[in-house]
Design a protein around this ligand. Structure first.
Ligand code: NAP
Ligand code: MG
Length: 522
């Protein structure tokens, strides 16, 4: 099997420390700094629109920096965007898919060409480090290319079928639904907006998109790029604004035919999934959180395990839906593993995410910063490592915190079950793989999981019994994190996802279409 992405910065890259990359980053950061704080528009039917009220996207590394001033869309803007998308649907859905694919390929090219600039905006807006940001921009472009490749490989999902009589011509055709709403989270603001938008467009739907209010600029820049790539007016509409007005408005709108939401279980399941279908069932792709376990058995390579767990628990400050947040370690190796984990944490460079050597920047949101402090207080004596905010020197104006390890919480403690989404890892000692698996599966979520063991029978048991959509065995690059389109399709079971099919995978595009079985008699 060939290596799919030699040399590219992905989520398994340890550093992007070559002089050309650093120079390109430095230049992009300087340029972006010169454009901070400007006011941006909504994009409806190919037109820019301003609103009577705006809100500020603030940099979590230094909250004195206003990254962008963005429009707060009102209910009328939501309606106008849906009307524009409906009007664009007949022509776009009849446009042959190779032509749709060509425009999306162009969008991917623009994204790749502007990767340093987009990465710089992202670092300022939500605080991930240079490699993570560059990796995400590459992933966004790769997701689009992968979907194009899947469309080609499946011949546009038009397939001849068998016949019962010689004069019947039977075909299975997958066709678009209509207007697709895409609602995105702040942790992967480009990939988790750009990819579902591209999947919806490629399959012939038209789109209204809404970013998280923590990262609104991502959507505006992507919408502009789709426009520049030749997507016709009305096919991609962009609304910034609150979850309660824009997000809820889209998910209740009768003119929206399908929805992709990525975010929390509470909003995704309790609100959107339950309320989206009204007159009849409508497709609802809802990707939600995780409480992802790593299991370390007695025979494991402990250096590998410590590195993989460190990267997955604390990389991007625990802000990945795939972050490792629970560790079940065999009691015979627990002390040794925890010592190695502490060594990894002690080496981690925490600081300004714009600097090239930073491992983690700030917690991305004010709410997360407060959550972290509340969780640590709740954990009390279980805090083994970390457990405090960082305010010295250059960190004084941002949401910086120490990577934190909790040991010995009661197993039914809320911190063992709720998704925390900040750099906190909770550790339990176990005696057997059976016990570890029972605990690992005792959760509403089922997104990712990892195991470290040298025993083949334990690997087989783990793979057979773990309840998760993405699983890793003995992976130093990330015990539970670091998926890539076309390499590790990404999605969750149980409370982590609604379709049972992963994104960036073989079965993603059919989720955006409905089947029509055609019999044409001669
Ligand atoms: P969130 O609070 O659920 O928000 C997600 C999006 O929904 C935002 O755009 C938000 O807008 C919007 N929203 C809020 N209330 C809404 C409502 N009533 N109706 C419709 N939309 C509404 O999640 P988040 O904090 O942004 O993201 C973190 C979560 O995403 C974590 O749970 C993480 O695990 C999950 N996630 C999952 C995956 C995956 O692939 N499974 C990937 C990444 C992240 P506002 O920002 O304006 O409120
Ligand atoms: Mg922000």
């Amino acid at each position: 099997m060939e290596i799919a992405h030699p040399g590219k910065v992905t989520y398994v890259s340890l550093s992007a420390d070559d002089p050309a990359t650093n120079a390109a980053f430095d230049q992009a950061i300087a340029e972006v700094r010169g454009r901070l704080g400007r006011t941006w528009p909504l994009i409806i039917n190919g037109q820019e629109r301003s609103t009577s009220t705006t809100f500020d996207s603030v940099s979590p590394g230094d909250t004195r920096i206003v990254v962008a001033r963005v429009p707060r869309a009102a209910p009328d803007d939501v309606s106008d965007a849906v009307v524009a998308a409906r009007a664009a649907f007949p022509t776009w859905s009849r446009t042959p898919w190779p032509e749709r694919a060509a425009r999306l390929e162009k969008a991917a090219q623009i994204i790749r060409a502007r990767r340093f600039e987009l990465a710089a905006w992202m670092i300022l807006e939500m605080g991930k480090n240079r490699i993570e940001a560059l990796g995400e921009i590459e992933e966004t472009a790769d997701l689009i290319d992968y979907y194009n490749q899947q469309m080609r490989a499946n011949q546009g999902y038009v397939r001849p079928m068998d016949r019962l009589v010689p004069t019947d011509n039977n075909t299975s055709v997958l066709r678009p639904y209509g207007v697709w709403a895409v609602i995105a989270p702040w942790n992967f603001p480009y990939a988790l907006l750009g990819a579902p938008v591209a999947a919806a467009l490629l399959t012939g739907n038209t789109v209204v998109m809404k970013p998280s209010s923590e990262t609104p600029l991502s959507a505006i820049l992507l919408a502009q790029i789709f426009g520049e790539a030749g997507l016709p007016a009305g096919t991609v509409n962009c609304l910034t604004g609150s979850g309660s007005v824009v997000g809820d408005g889209l998910s209740r709108h009768p003119g929206v035919d399908g929805i992709t939401f990525t975010g929390s279980l509470d909003v995704g399941f309790n609100q959107i999934y339950r309320q989206f279908s009204t007159r009849f069932p409508k497709p609802s792709i809802v990707e939600m959180g995780g409480k992802n376990p790593a299991i370390v058995m007695e025979s494991a390579d402990l250096d590998r395990a410590a590195l993989g767990i460190f990267r997955s628990a604390f990389g991007m400050n625990g802000h990945k839906c795939s972050a490792c947040s629970r560790l079940y370690v065999h009691e015979a190796v627990a002390d040794e593993l925890l010592a190695r984990l502490d060594q990894q944490i002690a080496k981690a460079k925490i600081g300004d995410p714009l600097l090239k050597d930073t491992f983690v920047g700030p917690v991305a949101t004010r709410a997360g910063y407060h959550d972290y402090q509340r969780f640590v207080e709740t954990a009390g004596a279980a805090v083994r490592t970390g457990g405090h905010i960082l305010t010295a020197g250059a960190l004084a104006h941002g949401y910086f915190v120490a990577p934190t390890v909790l040991v010995g919480l009661p197993r039914d403690h809320q911190l063992m079950h709720d998704e925390l989404f900040v750099p906190i890892l909770a550790v339990q000692r176990v005696k057997t793989l059976d016990e570890a698996l029972a605990e690992a599966n005792d959760t509403a979520f089922g997104l990712t999981a990892g195991v470290f063991t040298r025993k083949q029978d334990e690997i087989d048991t783990f793979l057979e019994r773990i309840e998760a959509g993405v699983v890793y065995v003995n992976r130093a690059a990330g015990a539970t994190t670091g998926a890539w389109p076309g390499v590790q399709p990404f999605g969750g079971w149980k409370g982590s996802g609604s379709t049972g099919k992963n994104i960036g995978g073989l079965y993603t595009l059919p989720c955006y279409m409905r089947e029509q079985s055609r019999t044409v008699c001669e």
